[in-house]
Design a protein around this ligand. Structure first.
Ligand code: NA7
Length: 562
């Protein structure tokens, strides 16, 4: 990898483009479409992979699929696209979502402006020219007025470095960097570390194929059944005939996915009523229990415990060995749904199989990775393949992998050393003309991702258009307004139970990472109003500076007039 020093390539010696977008997932693709095709801007996308897809390019592990319904997990900006694409399952699997994104890239002729296998290594803001100087690991040096990292919130893997890391002689796989050709576990003894949403999708399928699967669990999770099914023609027709209403309904809800049975309070109902309601949400599947059952379960510990108890009972009913069921049940005090609720298919039944062993690494932690497997404080486990399903350095991990420097050469990492600092999750003080998509302190991962991405891309495109039309050279979040937003994000989060959980929402899964709750919980609809009001006010909370280029042009014209 050749990392060049941006100062060696001044803004004059670089290829000039209007905008650089990093990443070609849901966000990067739509950003390119808007900037290039709606605003007519010269836009360059860089993508580390050799194809589009982002998250859906890398996460090819068995069982990877979306967990909001496919009709909702899709772009809404093109009615033709909505009508021509047909999902084959209620919850689409990774290969189908990846095909969809490839279709989008081809349909809107996006590929020609994406440089694949090109990783952006640095982006430095040059105040004099009001431009970002961007370098890639392939030796490209460009300058751009706008720098838009569309790098995803869950794209930088968390790989714990246990003692002996790298010494395992068998095959090692990471769920977030799964081999393109898949993995055949037939006849193999497999070990997997992690029991988060990813592992819960993969474990039943790996258990089905392998000779033996050993699962290393540190923290048990509350999961609910996905209740996936093949797409039936009637449901598809209905969605396609009513897409506009479907999207409008989505925007009316907190998380951008409609659930029709949400009631205000678990505590205001009798035990029988609650049981019946939880059961109907359980049967409905996906996030219905989590965000579609009772409003107060994420605010009130007592209400939360009623849902937690319901899930624990379900686990005990599904797992035949009571000792294993005990290990799989989160203990009292571990709140339900304050970490993202995983959705599963046959996950709990998997532990009824003879070829599956559950190892409690909270009781006996992993001591080392060895040549043949894993040693815990009380046993050695041997296998042929080791799978890491250990999650992500969420929100900031992928941003910090690039050397991003704003005004006065300050690094993003330094500015965010105590946690992310943004104005409405879109912009950071000290980093003019840089926009993040579904970044920290926006509704981000707690809102329908494709819709949230569209909202952000459209806001950014509108802002850029406004700047260009009005001769502005830079836009930057004000420090005081950023402080206010950060305080507001915290206040809203603190009214809920979520910040108390040990989760990647707060960076608690990464040793040494500052623990700050990173999602705005005000709901997508309210948030959209907030950012729309900002745009309508001429970008209140931001400082806009005139373009140095138009100043130069004016000066030149004045000279000529003299
Ligand atoms: P998660 O939800 O962060 O899960 C990671 C799992 O890996 C979880 O069970 C962790 O246990 C375990 N883990 C992580 N580090 C270690 C170490 N050092 N030792 C033992 N176990 C460890 O990531 P996922 O990929 O499953 O899901 C992330 C999101 O991706 C998901 O919510 C969807 O939005 C898509 P822990 O719970 O920390 O004890």
């Amino acid at each position: 990898m050749s990392i060049s020093n941006p100062t060696h390539h001044t803004s004059q010696s670089r290829t000039e483009v209007d905008a650089v977008v990093v990443g070609a997932g849901f966000a990067g693709l739509y950003m390119l479409h808007l900037l290039r095709d709606k605003l007519g801007l010269d836009t360059q996308v860089y993508e580390a992979a050799d194809g589009v897809g982002g998250t859906w390019y890398w996460n090819r592990y068995p069982g990877a699929r979306c967990d909001i319904p496919s009709h909702h997990y899709s772009y809404s900006f093109s009615e033709e696209l909505q009508q021509e694409w047909t999902w084959t399952e209620k919850y689409a699997a990774q290969p189908e979502i990846l095909s969809y994104l490839n279709h989008v890239a081809e349909r809107f002729d996006l590929l020609k402006d994406i440089r694949f296998q090109s990783r952006v290594v640095s982006a430095h803001y040059d105040e004099a020219s009001q431009r970002w100087l961007v370098d890639t690991d392939t030796g490209e040096h460009v300058s751009a007025k706008y720098f838009i990292p569309a790098v995803g919130t869950l794209s930088s893997a968390n790989i714990p470095k246990f003692k002996g890391h790298g010494s395992f002689k068998g095959d090692v796989y990471f769920t977030g960097q799964w081999p393109k050709d898949g993995v055949d576990f037939t006849g193999k003894r497999v070990g997997i570390i992690g029991t988060g949403a990813t592992a819960m999708q993969a474990i039943p399928l790996i258990a089905d194929q392998s000779a033996h699967l050993t699962v290393f669990q540190r923290t048990p999770n509350y999961a609910a059944p996905l209740v996936n099914a093949p797409m039936d023609a009637d449901s598809d027709r209905q969605a396609k005939d009513n897409y506009r209403e479907l999207r409008e309904q989505a925007w009316e809800t907190f998380a951008g996915v409609p659930f029709n049975n949400l009631k205000p309070s678990a505590l205001e109902e009798t035990a029988e009523q609650r049981q019946a309601h939880y059961q109907s949400c359980w049967d409905d599947g996906g996030f219905s229990l989590w965000i579609g059952s009772y409003q107060d379960i994420l605010f009130d510990k007592e209400a939360n415990e009623t849902a937690a108890q319901f899930v624990r009972e379900k686990i005990r009913q599904r797992v035949t060995d009571p000792a294993i069921a005990d290990l799989l049940c989160p203990p009292a005090g571990q709140t339900y749904g304050t970490k993202r609720q995983p959705c599963e298919t046959n996950y709990y039944e998997t532990y009824n199989r003879d070829n599956v062993t559950l190892v409690d690494i909270k009781a006996a932690p992993i001591e080392a990775i060895t040549e043949t497997g894993i040693t815990t404080t009380n046993q050695q486990y041997d296998f042929d393949c080791l799978v890491y399903a250990t999650g992500f350095d969420a929100f900031t991990g992928a941003l910090f992998k690039m050397d991003i420097r704003g005004r006065n050469g300050q690094t993003l990492q330094d500015c965010w050393s105590a946690g992310p600092r943004t104005l409405v999750g879109l912009s950071a003080h000290g980093f003019p003309n840089m926009f993040t998509i579904t970044g920290p302190q926006s509704p981000s991962v707690l809102f329908n991702m494709p819709l949230g991405i569209e909202m952000h891309c459209e806001w950014i495109a509108e802002c850029i258009d406004y700047m260009n039309l009005n001769g502005f050279g830079s836009i930057e979040a004000n420090l005081q307004d950023e402080d206010k937003w950060i305080a507001h994000v915290k206040e809203v989060a603190d009214a809920t139970l979520l910040p108390h959980a040990t989760s990647w929402y707060s960076g608690a899964n990464i040793p040494g990472k500052p623990q700050v709750f990173m999602v705005y919980l005000g709901g997508g609809k309210h948030y959209k109003q907030v950012i729309t009001d900002i745009a309508n006010s001429g970008y209140k909370g931001f400082t806009l500076e005139r373009s140095v280029i138009s100043d130069l042009a004016t000066a030149r014209q004045a000279d000529m007039a003299v």
